[in-house]
Design a protein around this ligand. Structure first.
Ligand SMILES: Nc1nc2c(ncn2[C@@H]2O[C@H](COP(=O)(O)OP(=O)(O)OP(=O)(O)O)[C@@H](O)[C@H]2O)c(=O)[nH]1
Length: 961
């Protein structure tokens, strides 16, 4: 009977991946995955190989069944991490009296077991497994222990020096706690009395969960100690300096602040150093904003600023308040430190200015205090500038589709303020959404709180290919016959149990609901089952389903259904799958294809087994001991029951009585029922689908839900979301991709910009297949390491509703070549602001994309050498710093350039030029043969005869050619 590599690996106590390698080694090809099957003959070949290599590798080893396995295991483990496998006991199942036995000494001192090692089980009759290179010692230990006591605990306890001896042979220090069997003993009740597989070179952090979370599983396993050790670094004994007897204690400097400084500090004034740091930061920010414009590095620049603001917290508010107060009381010297900094060397130009001590060269306004987000109208009112001016500034920055109701976020408001030279005090409104929901979403569960959860499996495919029938068979009910017209009308979600392992199945009515879920960022699916009827093969909706599953980046399993029908050619479907980049594992690819018949029940066990195996390999986990979060699959108003929402819990446990907010609805859970049986439930753990009653209104499909501790907070969040969505509708700001706003969205990372890659999702529809091929060919010409054009879907025919839904879900642009959208698609595209671009010349499409991408390519940086100056004299001026009096020997020195400082023929630093002066004037450029004063940013240690090399970095626009 064919056996799966995964199952054989389990039986042989080997890691699945190691066994895949081994299978290749013995000359069996086309078995690239642990899910591949081996025939009886192939299995025997593997077993023979294992037995043979073990004999060759460990001639002196104890003659047990496990020894060859250990030898093979060693042969596949890298040399530097070679484990020593040591089986010191007979059985992992301990009798009830095991509690009274001596403490497991070896277990006590060893760190946590390794994940992969944990999966290895020893054959029942195995007594000793010894590594090839340690046969004699292992044998001695084992024999001695076997005589005295077969239990692993007793063995380890009676051989206290064993671990340390192994450690010393492997080059580790005997003092290592892992190797020292004399170290204090720790009892771990969850491990029971069973021997544990352990590894000594693993950090202790990750192993706890194995000990506790999988304790019951571990108990079934045979005991084995798997010792892996890394040599420890040498300890350098640095003596701690002690103060000599009678030596006076270190003293704090006696700093006295002036009364002014103390009073200022009480009002929240910054300390002098902080003040300087802030000035510097403001200056940089203004520069960055000025250089990069709206679409430039605004995110990065403002992130720093935002981080700073957050860190400052209350203290920051106090100082801002103080600054505002100062701004009012001292008139125009408000908080725009950057402008102040820019102009401080220009003050001498105007006598009036000198007298007042302020610069009026640039227009200045009083500080604007704004809570964000706000509308453009509110911004202009608060700033006292006409709305038209604000809109004009935004348009100059390349922001289209705006009106006075458009919402401004913190970043945009700051950039407008910078562009219009407004002094502005911005504060982001602290919402419960930010503080509560984000906290719940971002909270990380500790490793030891996570337990395995059921995989959530979604059935996808063409209408009538048998999705519902397959699910029905698996859960043993017959829904198909009861459905109107035999077509699934609702999303169904059921939890099915097989051999104590659960799977949650989601059956979707066609593919659209699946897209809808992704559209709202609520992809609950772990594994997609692509159902393909063997008689029909891949149909248009199957293609769409493939696109959806690929876009969701989840493993795909193909159920080749209706295999019972006469005359079906499964090879034809396998070829079609390969054409869609889904190469079946039996053809050497990585996609599992299971032949099924939902009506005859063929392949059902195999399908379930495959899904469970994939789940096991992917280790889906969740923490049941936290507030539940998850997704609403669908909801409806049901007569006297009120709103019934079908939720899937992704993490945590949902309980009756919990307060839940989901989209712009909220409520306290009144009752919960099982989605399959309808029986009432009191709680639902991770991966459980459940029908919930208690919401005030029907939440939207795909909305995420969160459990809060206060109904008023839930209400507030729901209301705020409601307001925000109606404001968004009012503002009419586009949210989806269009070629025009594509670049802007790239900046915000909303298109999934990957590192430095420009990513564009496309859906292509064309009149004939030839056009599709031509477009595809043209697009390959745009290949570039920094560009990723992802064609989510391409097919012949007009733009359909499904295309728009997918585009909306994936932020894709639809390119329609010689075809038009149907009415429904057009309406949905308008509603969701999905751009459909129509072409009748292929080159127009590729040219447009090319231009767009070129605009996004990072410009090339080119160093342009400007000139050299020699430092003739150095002046140190208090409060200003060091000024280098220089003679320009070559080229010229220009303002805003960078300077390399060279001393004795070596470059000792690279700094930005801070000021460049001739006599007392700031100048733009000093040519060759002239003298000038130079001050560098952040460097005062300039010396006479230093050579200063001036250069600048020019950015050159790049093209794809
Ligand atoms: N011969 C045969 N017929 C099948 C098999 N599986 C499903 N069918 C039949 O195919 C028809 C459609 O099956 P469904 O399960 O409703 O297909 P579906 O993919 O869920 O369709 P939608 O719900 O409309 O998306 C039904 O009449 C089933 O009896 C199979 O393995 N063999």
């Amino acid at each position: 009977m064919p056996a799966r590599i995964y199952a054989l690996a389990k039986e042989l106590n080997l890691d699945s991946k190691d066994l895949v390698d081994l299978v290749k080694k013995v000359g069996i090809t086309g078995k690239g995955s642990a899910l591949a099957s081996l025939s009886d003959e192939e299995t025997q070949r593997v077993r023979d190989h294992l037995a043979g290599s073990a004999q060759a590798a460990a001639p002196a080893a104890v003659a047990t069944e496990a020894a060859p396995l250990a030898a093979v295991r060693d042969s596949v483990v890298p040399m530097e991490r070679k484990p020593i496998a040591l089986n010191v006991g007979r059985s992992s199942r301990r009798p009830a009296t095991a509690k009274n036995e001596p403490a497991p000494a070896a277990e006590a001192s060893a760190p946590e077991p390794e994940v992969e090692a944990e999966k290895v089980e020893e054959p029942a009759k195995q007594e000793t497994a010894a590594p090839a290179e340690e046969p004699v010692v292992a044998k001695k230990e084992t024999q001695a222990d076997a005589k005295a006591d077969a239990s692993p605990q007793a063995t380890a306890a009676k051989s206290p020096g064993l671990a340390s001896r192994i450690a010393s042979r492997m080059g580790a220090r005997p003092s290592s706690p892992a190797a020292d069997a004399n170290a204090p003993i720790r009892r771990d009740s969850s491990m029971g009395g069973s021997g544990k597989v352990r590894q000594l070179d693993r950090p202790t952090g990750g192993g706890d969960k194995k000990g506790s979370g999988e304790g019951s599983k571990a108990k079934r396993r045979e005991p084995r100690i798997n010792v892996k050790m890394a040599s420890l670094p040498d300890v350098v004994d640095t003596p701690i300096a002690k103060s000599a007897p009678g030596e006076p204690k270190a003293q704090k400097p006696d700093v006295k602040l002036s009364p002014d400084a103390i009073a200022g500090h009480r009002q929240g004034m910054l300390a002098p150093l902080d003040q300087l740091a802030k000035e510097d930061e403001d200056k940089k920010r203004a520069k960055r904003a000025g250089l990069t414009g709206f679409a430039g590095d605004k995110k990065k620049a403002l992130e720093e600023e935002e981080e700073k603001r957050r860190k400052k917290g209350l203290a920051g508010m106090a100082s801002s308040r103080a600054e505002r107060t100062r701004g009012k009381t001292r008139g125009k010297l408000a908080v725009d430190q950057s402008a102040y900094e820019r102009n401080r060397y220009n003050r001498g130009n105007s006598r009036g200015n000198k007298r007042k001590g302020v610069n009026t060269a640039a227009p200045r306004k009083d500080a604007v205090v704004l809570s964000l987000p706000c509308s453009i109208r509110s911004f202009s009112e608060a700033a006292g500038v006409p709305v038209g001016k604000v809109l004009g500034t935004l348009m100059q920055m390349g922001v289209a589709d705006i009106n006075i109701n458009s919402q401004l976020d913190l970043e945009s408001a700051e950039l407008i303020a910078t562009a219009m030279d407004l002094t502005i005090e911005l504060k982001e409104t602290e919402t419960l959404e930010n503080s509560l929901i984000m906290e719940l979403e971002n909270r990380e569960d500790s490793e030891d709180s996570l337990i395995p959860r059921a995989p959530i499996v979604t059935f996808l495919g063409h209408v009538d290919h048998g999705k519902t029938s397959l699910l029905d068979y698996l859960i043993g009910i017959n829904v198909v016959s009861g459905e109107a017209g035999g077509i699934t009308q609702h999303i169904r979600a059921y939890e099915v149990e097989k051999d104590g392992r659960s799977v949650t199945f989601v059956d979707t009515p066609g593919h659209e609901a699946f897209t809808e879920m992704r559209a709202r960022g609520a992809n609950v699916t772990d594994i997609a089952v692509l159902v393909v009827a063997a008689d029909d093969g891949i149909m248009p909706q199957t293609e769409e389903a493939i696109s959806h599953a690929k876009a969701a980046e989840v493993p795909i399993v193909v159920a080749l259904n209706k295999i019972d029908l006469e005359g079906v050619d499964s090879n034809r479907v396998l070829t079609q799958l390969t054409e869609h980049q889904l190469t079946p594992s039996e053809w050497g690819g990585d996609v599992e294809v299971v032949r099924t018949s939902a009506t005859k029940g063929i392949g059902m066990d195999e399908l379930l087994e495959t899904l469970l195996t994939i789940a096991e390999l992917n280790e889906y986990k969740a923490n049941p001991d936290r507030e539940a979060i998850g997704v609403c699959l669908e909801s409806e108003q049901q007569g006297d029951r009120g709103v019934v929402a079908k939720l899937v819990v992704q993490n945590g446990t949902l309980r009756v009585g919990d307060i839940v907010v989901c989209g712009s609805t909220y409520g306290r859970i009144r009752a919960m029922t099982n989605t399959l049986t309808g029986s009432s439930m009191m709680e639902a753990g991770p991966s459980t689908p459940v029908n919930v009653m208690g919401f005030d209104q029907a939440p939207g499909a795909g909305e995420r839900f969160h459990v809060l501790d206060d109904i008023s907070k839930a209400r507030e969040i729901a209301e705020t979301r409601e307001d925000a969505s109606s404001q968004e509708m009012l503002s009419g700001v586009t949210t989806k991709v269009s070629f025009e706003n594509f670049q802007e969205m790239l900046e915000d990372g909303r298109l999934g910009q990957n590192e430095d890659k420009v990513k564009l999702n496309l859906i292509i529809r064309a009149d004939v297949k030839g056009s599709l091929e031509a477009i595809q060919k043209e697009l390959t010409k745009l290949e570039h390491p920094e560009v990723e054009i992802k064609v989510l879907q391409q097919s012949v025919g007009g733009v359909s509703l499904a295309d728009v839904t997918l585009a909306s879900a994936s932020n894709a642009v639809i390119a329609a070549f010689n075809v038009i959208p149907d009415e429904k698609a057009r309406a949905l595209a308008d509603e969701r602001n999905v751009e459909i671009r129509r072409y009748n010349v292929i080159y127009k499409l590729t040219d447009e994309i090319k231009l767009m991408i070129e605009g996004r390519l990072k410009p090339e940086e080119r160093v342009v050498e400007l000139g050299r100056a020699v430092v003739k004299q150095v002046f140190t001026i208090s409060r200003v710093g060091t000024i280098a009096g220089c003679y320009v020997a070559q080229g010229s020195i220009q303002r805003n350039c960078r300077i390399r400082v060279n001393r004795d023929g070596r470059t000792i630093g690279d700094y930005a030029l801070d000021t460049l002066r001739r006599i007392k004037e700031d100048v733009k450029e000093v040519p060759r043969g002239m003298e000038c004063g130079i001050r560098l940013q952040g460097f005062n240690d300039i010396k006479q005869d230093d050579v200063l090399e001036a250069y600048k970095i020019e950015e050159v626009a790049r093209t794809l050619d």
